[in-house]
Design a protein around this ligand. Structure first.
Ligand code: ADP
Length: 219
């Protein structure tokens, strides 16, 4: 939580002291304050949801609706954040029909996966994040694919554990809480579903979230 706060405070201070002269820089600092505040909100949302789940107080609201619309809205919301880091988001919506889902939970699934795709492939040449939806009849699938380093096989279970992050704290370049994927897994399970990691080609990770197309006893 501290990193986005530090960045916001630093930029606010420079603006307050009138240190920023060029119009371009002004725009850049305001934009950064906005996207960093949004990132802070996402982190706080994860912490709050995690605490609700821990206390057994997390409630889901399943409603019949168009999941493609929900996913496309999240992609749209994340576009500026991604663009600021040189990324473009491509959305491919497949036929999914109407399913019962909790739109806040699905939003958070897609937000966390896009956030990770951008964060962990910042060093790759291909800065494209692909977001796909499709249905196999039994499940509605949401996939987020990047061209980053991917996730080694031995880490593929661990990354879904609470607070688990790959690598050593001292050498890590990215910030995070280690809660994002744990929540993605919980939210998928709340939809009688699951999440898996698939190798992307030529490199990268595909996170595939499968949500039950027909939920029983939920609506
Ligand atoms: P956070 O991003 O806050 O560290 P997450 O639970 O979202 O926490 O992710 C856990 C770990 O999984 C991350 O720290 C990172 O090491 C790894 N990871 C997640 N998404 C990706 C990705 N798209 N590519 C490579 N590594 C990833």
């Amino acid at each position: 939580l501290r990193t986005p706060l530090t960045s916001i405070r630093m930029h606010a201070e420079m603006l307050e002291k009138n240190w920023v002269k060029s119009e371009d820089k002004l725009g850049e600092y305001y934009r950064s304050m906005r996207t960093e505040s949004e990132r802070l909100s996402r982190l706080i949302e994860n912490v709050l949801d995690f605490s609700r789940i821990q206390k057994g107080k997390k409630k889901y609201l399943f409603k019949l609706g168009d999941i493609n619309k929900c996913v496309a809205e999240v992609a749209e919301m994340m576009r500026a954040y991604a663009a600021q880091r040189g990324f473009q988001i491509q959305v491919q919506s497949g036929e999914c029909g109407e399913i019962a889902f909790d739109s806040d939970a699905v939003t958070q699934i897609v937000v966390n996966l896009i956030d990770n795709a951008v964060k962990y492939s910042s060093n790759s040449n291909d800065k494209t994040v692909m977001v796909r939806t499709k249905s196999d009849g039994q499940y509605v699938l949401i996939e987020v694919e990047d061209r980053g380093p991917g996730i080694p096989y031995r880490q593929r279970k661990k990354v879904f554990q609470e607070f688990y992050r790959i690598g050593a704290e001292s050498t890590r370049e990215t910030t995070g809480s280690g809660l994002g994927l744990a929540l993605v897994k919980r939210f998928a399970q709340a939809h009688n579903g699951f999440v898996e990691i698939i190798n992307a080609r030529p490199t990268g990770a595909i996170f595939r979230v499968s949500l039950a197309a027909k939920l029983q006893n939920n609506i």
